[in-house]
Design a protein around this ligand. Structure first.
Ligand code: ZN
Length: 155
């Protein structure tokens, strides 16, 4: 539909000061939903940069933090629930998902990969690091991703 005109859609480098240092390792398009709508809360960007910084320090080399899901519309959520089920019916999708746009872009799902080897950082390791920098973390998903959100700071 917009294969050429959308190439630079949300192609915007995001910048945040972390401990007096300017950090800019994420682009707005990484936070897009399937329609290209993107939203990211300032505190969540800050948390992501801190998680990346800690992972790089631990590994002693560059680690990529990859966003697998960020903001969702109600329609996105319903599509996901059709596949994974609603949490109150034994599934995986919370009806009050912090990914919903009305929470302001506070939630992200991530994985982390060592750049040089393309090796996945173990889910529990990533979860531990996320707990230092996000208000709320869930790290027991079967596909290996970690969910982090700033439900307190994002209010
Ligand atoms: Zn999530």
């Amino acid at each position: 539909m917009c294969a050429t005109s959308c190439n630079r859609r949300n192609d915007v480098q995001l910048l945040v000061q972390v401990g007096g240092e300017a950090c800019s390792h994420f682009r707005l398009r990484e936070f897009e939903n399937p329609e290209g709508l993107a939203m990211i809360h300032a505190t969540t960007l800050d948390s992501l940069e801190r998680v990346r910084r800690d992972l790089c320090a631990m590994a002693g080399e560059e680690v990529w933090v990859i966003i697998t899901d960020a903001v969702r519309t109600q329609a996105d959520l319903e599509r996901l629930a059709a596949r994974l089920g609603w949490a109150d019916q034994g599934g995986l999708v919370a009806r009050e998902s912090k990914h919903l746009a009305r929470f302001g872009g506070i939630a992200v799902d991530i994985v982390a990969v060592v750049k040089r080897t393309r090796e996945r950082v173990p889910q529990k390791t990533l979860g531990e690091v996320c707990r230092r920098h996000f208000d709320w973390v869930k790290d027991d998903y079967q596909d290996g991703h970690v969910h982090g959100d700033n439900r307190d700071r994002g209010k």
